[in-house]
Design a protein. Structure first.
Length: 497
């Protein structure tokens, strides 16, 4: 239990009087908009930060948690969204890092391997060799290793931060099975996620933070989507997926027989001005590779791409941008933003020449444009000069969109545009997508969330093992048909490209 937790960074109060309670054998969701204080609260629980006020009780007894080591001693472990394994070390070396079993002053390899095998088996990871380098494992396998490590520490409270963000559907199902097994054994699990469907599927209770304050706890079986959203954002957000009223125009981009260096081949589709073409499929099916090849980030080895009836030969990102193609990447921190630069600098980076004369930037015009974008996109920032790394994930994503709103492209490629974004931020991004479509921008959107693909798209292209397996009209498609096609089954009720 956490009682009256307060935390400030300088003059900014991040948490104030927050209570959070979780019981043994319970899966408890922690939700809130980006910047609500969820990560800070969990970092206090796991010893990364120390609270300025309040106390933490474990089994009814107050405990002092001033480091991650003290948290582990108290039976608390956290699995971060960015996994903490050292890729060059073996699985067993990661499991017992800093606490290796020893014999006669030497590391006891045999015992470490035996103990690693025991804990891996407990999380259903029988296929993982303890002597394999961690960096060779898939993200899902690495996550299993993290869970095994937490259990080897005798963790009774396990915090999972966006655990399914980078997992395949099969890995997600495996994770959920393990969570149910841990729950049955009495482990308390704090589940931090923006995926509402998962929350209602696997969690028992939900606690909501808003602007650093605790605003309510609900039993999942006694609440619904709309009530959770009201608690999170403090207002009605209207329809979850806003509708567009305009009809798509002429073909803007035409793709035929597209292939790259071994990831995709035979990709053929058209996308019209004002249309949203969704791309669905299992992880690794080649969805992102389509976008990267169209943008010139991957080498095109076959096929043709036409933009407004003219050949598009984008050999790099600069060529694609000059031709009128924009790209919101999946990994905003490494590929979409320069974290050490300000909101203003990031927002104008793509089209900086618009604000320059004779090589000198007109800062007044630049600031005016960026201030307008901040207001339009409702970016929560102190001002345009704040480093973008200081923003929450959802606000960082809005800055990525701002780069393309200053001068909308002809075609905008979106790769997981709402990943790691809270429900209120998602609604705002959906509105931005619709506004761009209404301006005639052709949008190609990759998403792992099927409800999002079905609701936001006009048509849906489904990928399976590097090839397309049908294009569906979104208004008549179902999750079952999309998943069948994604798994390689017959693409029933598919339409022409």
């Amino acid at each position: 239990m956490m009682q009256g937790i307060g935390k400030a960074f300088g003059p900014v109060r991040v948490l104030e009087g927050v209570d959070f309670r979780i019981e043994a054998g319970e899966i408890h969701a922690l939700m809130g908009e980006n910047g609500a204080g969820k990560s800070t609260l969990m970092k206090i629980l796991s010893g990364v930060y120390q609270a300025d006020a309040g106390e933490i009780l474990v089994d009814g007894r107050p405990v002092q948690i001033r480091s991650t080591v003290e948290a582990e001693r108290a039976g608390i472990a956290i699995i971060h969204q960015e996994l903490n394994l050292i890729p060059q070390l073996t699985v067993m070396e990661n499991l017992f890092l800093g606490r290796e079993p020893s014999r006669f002053g030497m590391v006891d390899i045999a015992t470490m391997r035996k103990e690693a095998r025991k804990w891996l088996d407990k999380v259903g990871a029988q296929r993982i060799d303890p002597q394999t380098e961690a960096g060779l494992l898939s993200i899902g396998q690495q996550q299993l290793v993290e869970i095994a490590k937490a259990l080897s520490l005798n963790a009774q409270v396990l915090v999972m931060d966006e655990p399914t963000a980078a997992l395949t559907n099969r890995e997600i199902e495996t994770l959920f099975e393990i969570m149910q097994s841990l729950k049955a054994s009495g482990v308390a699990i704090v589940y931090v996620s923006h995926r509402m469907e998962e929350i209602f599927r696997v969690c028992d209770k939900i606690s909501v933070l808003r602007d650093g304050h605790f605003v309510g706890e609900r039993a999942i079986r006694e609440t619904g989507f709309d009530e959770i959203v009201r608690l999170m954002v403090g207002r009605e957000i209207g329809e979850r997926f806003p509708k567009r009223s305009h009809a798509p125009g002429d073909v803007r981009m035409s793709v035929a027989g597209l292939a790259d260096d071994g990831h995709i081949e035979g990709i053929t589709f058209d996308v019209r001005a004002g249309e949203v073409l969704g791309i669905a499929g299992l992880m690794g099916a080649g969805r992102s590779e389509i976008l990267r090849t169209l943008f010139g980030a991957n080498r095109k080895t076959a096929g043709t791409v036409m933009l407004d009836g003219k050949p598009l030969e984008a050999r790099d990102a600069s060529g694609a941008i000059a031709a009128g193609v924009g790209f919101v990447t999946e990994d905003r921190k490494r590929q979409g933003l320069v974290l050490g630069m300000s909101v203003r600098e990031n927002a104008t980076l793509v089209h900086l020449d618009r604000y320059a004369t004779l090589g000198f930037v007109n800062e007044r015009a630049e600031r005016s444009a960026v201030d307008g974008l901040i207001k339009q996109l409702r970016v929560r920032t102190r001002d345009a000069e704040l480093d973008v790394k200081a923003l929450s994930g959802g606000n960082q994503q809005k800055v990525v969109f701002a780069k393309w709103l200053a001068q909308p492209p002809k075609v905008l490629l979106l790769d997981e545009p709402t990943r790691g974004v809270d429900v209120g931020g998602k609604a705002e991004i959906y509105t931005i997508i619709n506004q761009l479509a209404e301006q005639g921008v052709a949008i190609v959107m990759v998403s792992s969330e099927l409800p999002e693909v079905l609701a936001m798209s006009d048509r849906i292209l489904v990928m399976h093992q590097g090839r397309q397996n049908g294009i569906f009209e979104a208004r008549t498609a179902t999750q079952e048909r999309i998943m069948t096609a994604a798994a390689g089954g017959p693409a029933t009720q598919a339409v022409a490209a």
